[in-house]
Ligand binder design. Structure first.
Ligand code: ATP
Ligand code: MG
Length: 415
């Protein structure tokens, strides 16, 4: 995402909604603004790359009262993991572990994004099991269903419906720019990838905007998708919200809340065990590249023994020439809940052999209670099914209200 677009977000987020009747300059790059001013200036042949901003007026308006955050209403957070394989340390340290604190402070919805899991070739025989495993792992890691709604994305039909509506407002150029699309399609062989890999960010936008989310915890790898979600929300609000919506009998104002990213300070990016410059990923072909939360002790020990290291003396954080060293120390810090300084003092003079034993023990100790709890949950599937049904029903109530607004604002015949 280019610099101009990023700064657009920041301008917007600083000035965001007060009342339906106030206006501010649009500020969108002319090649993207759909307003008359933008269109007129584009006819004067503004060249791509020129940093021209549109100055048309944009109504600044409030989202629905049900989604409005006030001091008495908890802010809402949504997040999810794809059931594309085994949940690994990156998913855990970069996402799920942070949810445990968030659920105490915010209204939280954590879902298993199974619809995203079919964007690359997948095993039909595995999908449902992986979905259940992922849900059980959420709970085993400490997600508390009495605080958070836990559900399966495909159980709430509004996700797919809203995605179609949003697709009509998404310029294809925005999707073509997505780094993850470029990387994953290159790996899969460009000609064979499904359209869904390209349109995946629109589904992600739907996942977030349906719930009028205030904040979305995102790892570095998802930042660009969240930026697109924010732009799309602004665009739909501009195209269909405000007075146009009111004329159609709607509430008026903004249709969607524009969500903010919540990036955890540490653990935002856990790297592969075989390459300190690539992120740990479920879809990486080699299982040696990641520690899965359900890996038994001997597998963890073996993966750490064989993981990539370097031949520098001692151990240190933040040396760009030692990405693997930084990654392994960071993992150790996160699973032991020690400070960086404590880890430096403990490990700076260690050799790899000593540190690897220490790291293996720390990982096994940290993951053992999660694995035990996971086994208990999986032995009582009715318990898990109930949690997922209840979560889906709560989520559906919120999602359907947003969807109904969007249909109305886009001019559809009401049922
Ligand atoms: P896939 O390879 O199938 O895309 P993934 O490992 O990237 O799988 P996702 O399901 O795409 O996992 O992501 C789930 C959550 O985990 C997201 O919030 C994402 O930011 C986070 N996440 C994924 N990988 C890492 C990582 N290596 N470090 C930190 N967070 C990560
Ligand atoms: Mg991913």
């Amino acid at each position: 995402m280019g610099r101009s677009i990023l700064s657009h977000f920041f301008v917007l987020s600083n000035t965001y909604p007060r009342s339906i009747s106030s206006f501010r300059p649009c500020g969108v790059h002319l090649s993207k603004c759909l307003s008359r001013t933008g269109a007129v200036q584009q006819q004067r042949r503004v060249r791509p790359g020129e940093n021209f901003r549109c100055l048309c007026s944009v109504a600044v308006s409030e989202p629905s009262t049900s989604a409005t955050s006030s001091s008495s209403v908890k802010k809402r957070i949504v997040s999810g993991v794809q059931p594309t394989g085994s949940i690994h340390l990156g998913n855990y340290l970069g996402a799920i572990k942070n949810w445990i604190d968030l659920q105490n402070t915010y209204e939280t919805l954590f879902f298993i994004v199974d619809l995203h899991a079919i964007t690359l070739p997948y095993e039909t025989q595995q999908l449902s099991k992986a979905t259940k495993d992922t849900a059980a792992l959420y709970l085993a890691c400490g997600v508390d269903s009495s605080k958070a709604s836990v559900f399966v994305q495909s159980h709430v039909r509004a996700h797919v419906e809203l995605m179609w509506l949003l697709s009509s407002a998404t310029p294809i150029g925005w999707l073509n720019r997505m780094i993850q699309f470029k990387e994953k399609s290159r790996k899969a062989g460009d000609d064979n990838v499904g359209v869904a890999l390209l349109t995946y960010p629109v589904l992600m936008a739907s996942d977030i905007l349906l719930y009028q989310s205030d904040l979305v915890p995102v790892g570095e790898d998802q930042k660009q998708h969240l930026e697109l979600t924010r732009e799309l929300a602004e665009r739909v609000n501009y195209l269909y919200g405000g007075r146009k919506w009111k004329k159609l009998g709607g509430r008026g104002g903004a249709i969607f809340k524009v969500p903010e990213p919540l990036i955890p300070p540490t653990g935002a990016r856990v790297m592969s065990l075989t390459d300190g410059l690539s992120k740990m990923s479920k879809s990486a072909p080699s299982d040696q590249s990641r520690i899965n939360l359900l890996d038994p002790k001997d597998v963890i020990s073996n993966k750490i023994k064989r993981c990539k290291t370097d031949s520098f003396p001692g151990l240190e954080f933040d040396n760009p020439e030692r990405p693997e060293c930084n990654n392994l120390l960071s993992i150790y810090q996160l699973v032991t809940s020690k400070t960086k300084q404590e880890v430096v003092e403990e490990c700076q003079d260690m050799n790899w052999g000593t540190f690897k034993t220490l790291l293996t023990d720390a990982l096994v100790d940290h993951l053992h209670p999660i694995q035990t709890r996971y086994a208990e949950i999986m032995s009582d599937t009715a318990y898990l099914d109930n949690i997922l049904a209840e979560g889906a029903s709560k989520a559906t109530a919120i999602a359907d209200a947003t969807l109904s607004n969007v249909y109305q604002a886009m001019g559809f015949l009401r049922r």
